[in-house]
Write a protein that binds this ligand. Structure first.
Ligand SMILES: [Zn+2]
Length: 229
């Protein structure tokens, strides 16, 4: 069994979508401060974090774009949704800012020799980190899904899909269309994934990406992991 870490590191000012605040991470106390408990001297170190519920590698909750009071917050989504079978499609050849079509998804799925099943998580490798991570363009030039492709995934009754970029679709209107389509169709997505290139050619695998239990959370950072047998 092999575990592949699909998560970005949470660190001070790690790149975030411009509509969310950045991660602020500071030292709360450190080993320069000697404390005493009775006759025992010790030092300890801890950090304090201020984060958006959409920081780094994260999953969106239904209530993020669905205004209905019935829409689940992240603490209300069943854990089963974050422990699923999964496939990863290779679309790393698409141009930057491109909206991936259904035909392109069908072709990429055909290349895997697999099928998309009800309840799956579908990861989509678009070569975003290789091309953009660490550059200013990371926040703007990523490709993503055309809204019709979001509906194509929903038609297959997936639970969620995941991308490397900060958004599931290219910047601007396409991104909001994709988010609204997810909300309407009852699926969701993850953003900020890493290492999807390592899943190409691996067939079906187990995906694990549990969110934090944030009361009313509109999303949550996750530790996303692929389990390859
Ligand atoms: Zn999102």
């Amino acid at each position: 069994m092999q575990l592949i870490d699909l998560s970005r590191t949470i660190e001070h000012r790690t790149p975030a979508h411009p509509s969310h605040p950045p991660v602020i991470m500071t030292v709360w106390n450190d080993h320069t401060e000697v404390k005493k408990a009775g006759k025992t001297e010790f030092t300890s170190k801890s950090l304090t974090l201020s984060i958006s519920d959409h920081s780094a590698t994260h999953v969106d909750a239904p209530c993020h774009f669905n205004p209905s009071p019935e829409a689940a917050s992240i603490d209300e989504v069943p854990l089963e949704n974050f422990y699923t079978e999964a496939v990863c499609l290779d679309l790393s050849d698409v141009p930057l800012k491109h909206e991936i079509t259904i035909d392109e998804m069908e072709a990429a799925l055909g290349n895997t020799g697999e099928e998309i099943r009800k309840g799956d998580t579908v990861l989509i490798h678009m070569g975003v980190n290789e091309r953009l991570f660490g550059k200013a363009e990371y926040l703007h030039d990523f490709p993503g899904l055309h809204v019709d492709t979001v509906h194509w995934l929903a038609d297959k009754e997936i639970i969620m899909f995941g991308v490397e970029a900060i958004s599931p679709a290219p910047e601007g209107e396409a991104n909001f269309k994709a988010h609204i389509a997810c909300a309407k169709r009852g699926i969701t997505h993850m953003e900020g994934l890493m290492n999807l290139d390592k899943l190409i050619g691996k067939g079906r695998f187990r995906f694990i990406g549990f969110p934090l239990k944030i009361k009313g959370g509109t999303g949550s950072p996750i530790r996303a992991v692929a389990v390859i047998d």
